[in-house]
Design a protein around this ligand. Structure first.
Ligand code: ADP
Ligand code: MG
Length: 421
């Protein structure tokens, strides 16, 4: 927590920002929603695993959302920027036709969940790709401009890109719509990231105006914590091996110890090692998925940890699915134990991060909005985090972890709406 706080301060200060791993990007989102936001908005949510187009209707605190999820094929995730944005524009075109919105001029909020340096609410340059993406020719470019050009090329849609936000920011905005105490947003999905409302006086980097309110949401991008080696003392051989075979070696060290894209793989690496040493699955076939990278999904961890008796129904189902044969009840016990250790580590690291932010803000009562499938579906994540935070947060500060419903869809629309308010 001490190290994280130090690294976050380095990110905020002008003198140290350029060498800091944790970038602490100011977002240009200065006001939280107050419930008076109105109108129809398009929203996009590009999160890492899912891509969705949404129609969000805001009406005095009521929210109606229609959405459709589209697939982003791996060849596009690893292709060129033009292919990616053409694909996104095609999906928007389809959505607009299917929802009878052709000809309407709709404001659009874009949840783009990759580290960006914002130059304005609707101007954000990609600082690097993370998670599974690596599209050529996008780093350093203005994402809104790339989308705008693609929309002109591929559709006749009349959309105005009003805001580009990170999913953590969307999650915070979405929860703040109904909860005035909410000032921190956390993502536990494909990746891991957090944002919080900070006083302008503490943001050395800020070069905008100092009008009321004198605050801005900071997108921490804390997934990069440890990229300079400062977390090496607690990384394991499994963390190192996972990193070596990832598409961004040496990058996103904290994220790789926590988030949904990686947690299953860490479990797999431990089980593989135990099997190699003859400690579990004696007689397992070397051809089964246990020995193949990326074939042990994080959702398996949730399923396995949902077993509460000696029958291990879910664990057995997972082992069958990955093709392990002749396992024993003892094997099931060990598999579950490994899962509990690795998910607890992830939850405790997330708790330490949030506690650092809470202690830094030092407000007596706060809500933390959380979104992402790992938090949503893992059976113990919420409780593990809450318990650990009670140990780590300064005595006297109250907090609650609140699941944010459709943070990135509703949140992007709200940022657009607040900007137009
Ligand atoms: P995104 O990050 O694109 O917004 P999600 O929040 O749905 O998408 O997160 C996707 C990640 O969540 C994937 O990495 C996946 O492994 C993980 N995940 C999906 N289902 C579960 C589950 N039941 N338990 C834990 N993790 C899950
Ligand atoms: Mg998401």
């Amino acid at each position: 927590m001490h190290l994280l706080n130090q690294e976050m301060n380095n990110g905020l200060k002008e003198q140290t920002h350029h060498v800091a791993d944790i970038k602490m990007f100011p977002t240009f989102v200065r006001s939280l929603p107050d419930g008076s936001e109105n109108g129809d908005f398009l929203a996009l949510d590009l999160g890492g695993t899912n891509f969705r187009v949404l129609l969000v209707k805001l009406n005095k605190g009521d929210v109606d959302i229609q959405s459709k999820t589209y697939l982003i094929p791996q060849r596009i995730m690893l292709g060129t920027g033009q292919q990616l944005f053409d694909h996104i524009a095609d999906c928007i075109g389809k959505f607009v036709r299917d929802h009878d919105l052709v000809g309407q001029r709709l404001p659009l909020g874009f949840t783009f969940s990759f580290p960006c340096r914002q130059e304005g609410l609707a101007k954000a340059r990609l600082s690097k790709w993370t998670k599974g993406f690596r599209c050529e020719g996008v780093v350093g470019e203005n994402i809104c401009h790339l989308l705008h050009e693609a929309l002109l090329r591929r559709t006749n849609c009349d959309v105005e890109i009003v805001a580009i936000v990170n999913d953590a920011v969307g999650t915070l905005m979405s929860a703040a719509h109904t909860d005035r105490q909410c000032e921190i947003g956390l993502i536990l999905g494909t990746g891991c990231n957090a944002c919080y409302m900070e006083k302008l006086d503490n943001v050395g980097l800020w070069d905008g105006d100092y009008d009321h309110p004198e605050q801005v949401i900071i997108n921490t991008e804390w997934g990069a914590f440890g990229d300079n080696g400062c977390l090496d003392f607690l990384r394991t051989e499994y963390d190192r091996e996972l990193d070596t075979f990832s598409i961004n070696p040496g990058k996103q060290v904290l994220e790789k110890m926590i988030s949904g894209m990686y947690m299953g793989e860490i479990v797999r690496l431990v089980l593989e090692r135990l099997a190699m040493e003859g400690l579990i699955f004696r007689g397992a076939d070397r051809d089964c998925y246990l020995f193949e990278r990326g074939k042990f999904y994080t959702k398996y961890v949730s399923e396995i940890e949902s077993d509460h008796d000696e029958f291990f129904r879910n664990t057995k189902q997972v082992l069958d699915e990955i093709g392990v044969e002749n396992y024993t009840t003892e094997d099931c016990k060990i598999v579950k134990y490994v899962c509990t250790l690795i998910s607890a580590r992830a939850a405790f690291l997330s708790a330490a991060g949030l506690s650092t932010l809470i202690n830094k803000k030092n407000k007596s009562d706060m809500t933390i909005a959380v979104d992402g499938s790992l938090y949503r579906f893992h059976p113990r994540f919420h409780n593990l985090m809450s318990l650990k935070m009670q140990e780590l947060v300064k005595p006297g500060l109250k907090f609650r972890l609140q699941l944010s419903h459709d943070g990135s869809g509703k949140g992007a629309a709200l940022v657009a709406a607040v900007a137009m308010r």
